[in-house]
Ligand binder design. Structure first.
Ligand code: AMP
Ligand code: GLY
Length: 425
């Protein structure tokens, strides 16, 4: 009898986790709360929301999974891993104290500073007066960030001092992000290209996952508002083996050691968002306490090993020896989004062509905002609808295949970027 796994979340990332775990010889049953219409073909979905901590603990106590895998940051920062551990249930995902690396930008910056991890110079302001004093003394482009979780919207890139003062006022005085903006970080604006590097961490040991690059802006050419991510690809030539090794040693291991030394052992996936600066090398923009989405879709597509022992090893504080086996091929994910996203959008629009797209070789359709309506039809249920992910011998080949699948999927108002991975194809 194999293991029973409970996955928390209902996006493309959780679909990719369910898909990969379904292919694990160690796993016999997968539950997902709340899941989505695509996850339902890999797992038994249970209607408990990812932010309903008491409901999730009760579900885990009732079903007694061998492992709970938490996808999103919200429940981790609210302490879901701690509550599950208290109930004697093994969990992949950091404790609330360790998840502060994402939950508080002030905490993350102070930890980086203390551990000597390269990051932009910064100042923490509690009042608008403090903020203006710093801004006046630091002309040049700045970035103003709300301290707490703000659904990816709490980072304001500012051209000049006037803009930075307005940003500080909106967060500290007008409470644009509520309690998440009780303090702000003001930092130097860096330039360069961005890459994401994720690592599995069992409290002590760090195992890098393949590099990935995300496309955050809504429209082609990196124009338009920021989104959760419109596509991703892996590997990125920007982050070759030598650079990844440098980041492992100078960033991830230092942070994991500093967290352990402060009594917050980190068990989960640690995501470093990096700016590759031409003069100062890789610098950390942010940490996330979870898999990135859509990065997880391309990284898990290339994770050719049995995933379960790795996730379990992280949960119990002892990963398997050696390194996981990876697929040498490249992966590209193109997100199809609802019309209007990341602004307001309609739900309940019928989606067509998914079976046709899925019949292409080496194509995986990771559902994000999808549901079945009363008549059993697949309909949109979120902003990012489906991550069309493909493997290929090169980034260019994977990209061609992903776009072939994209062309077969239709729903009213749909939009996607046409330049995902184009720069490196
Ligand atoms: P975050 O929500 O922390 O991922 O930040 C969102 C985006 O803001 C990052 O992906 C970067 O594009 C940008 N960003 C954050 N910090 C800086 C910085 N210090 N300099 C330049 N861009 C930044
Ligand atoms: N794709 C960026 C993130 O998951 O935060």
């Amino acid at each position: 009898m194999g293991a029973r796994v409970l996955i928390i979340g209902g996006g493309g990332r959780e679909h990719a986790l369910a898909w990969r775990l379904r292919r694990s010889p160690s796993v016999s049953e997968i539950l997902c709360a709340p899941g989505n219409a695509g996850i339902a073909s890999e797992a038994t979905c249970v209607a408990v929301g990812a932010d309903d901590l008491p409901g999730l603990v009760a579900l885990a106590q009732e079903r007694r999974p061998d492992l709970v895998v938490v996808g999103p940051e919200g429940p981790l920062c609210a302490g879901l891993a701690d509550r599950l551990a208290d109930a004697g249930i093994r969990v992949f995902g950091p404790s609330r104290a360790a998840a502060e690396i994402e939950g508080s930008k002030v905490f993350a910056k102070q930890l980086m500073q203390a551990a000597g991890v390269p990051t932009a110079d910064f100042f923490v302001a509690h009042t608008f007066e403090d903020a203006t004093a710093y801004i006046d003394a630091h002309p040049g482009p700045l970035v103003v960030k709300a301290d707490g979780l703000a659904g990816g919207k709490g980072v304001l890139l500012c051209q000049d001092a006037d803009h930075a003062r307005k940003a500080a006022r909106s967060i500290l005085s007008e409470h644009a992000f509520g309690a998440a903006g009780a303090r702000i970080v003001i930092e130097q604006r860096l330039s360069g290209r961005e890459a994401s590097l994720m690592a599995l961490c069992d409290g002590e040991r760090v195992v890098l996952l393949p590099s990935a690059e995300d496309h955050k802006a809504a429209y082609d050419g990196d124009r338009g508002p920021n989104t959760g991510g419109m596509g991703a690809y892996s590997p990125t030539p920007l982050c070759d083996a030598a650079l990844a090794e440098r980041v492992r040693v100078s960033v991830i291991e230092k942070i994991v050691s500093a967290l352990a030394a402060s009594g917050r052992p980190y068990r989960g996936v640690l995501y470093a968002g990096l700016m590759l600066t031409p003069d100062r090398g890789p610098m950390v923009l942010e940490f996330n306490c979870r898999f990135g989405d859509p990065e997880a879709q391309v990284v898990l597509a290339r994770f050719a090993d049995d995933l379960y022992p790795w996730l379990l090893g992280v949960a119990v504080g002892r990963m398997p020896e050696g390194l996981p086996c990876l697929d040498a091929r490249a992966a590209v994910c193109v997100v199809k989004a609802a019309g209007g996203y990341p602004g307001s959008y309609q739900k309940g629009i019928e989606i067509q062509g998914l079976d046709d797209a899925a019949s292409l070789p080496d194509v995986m359709l990771f559902h994000a905002g999808t549901a079945r309506d009363a008549r059993g039809r697949l309909v949109t249920a979120g902003g990012r609808v489906v991550g069309t992910t493909a493997l290929g011998e090169s980034v260019a080949a994977a990209r061609t295949r992903a776009y072939e699948a994209v062309a077969r999927i239709h729903f009213r108002g749909q939009h996607h970027r046409t330049d995902i991975a184009a720069r490196d194809s």
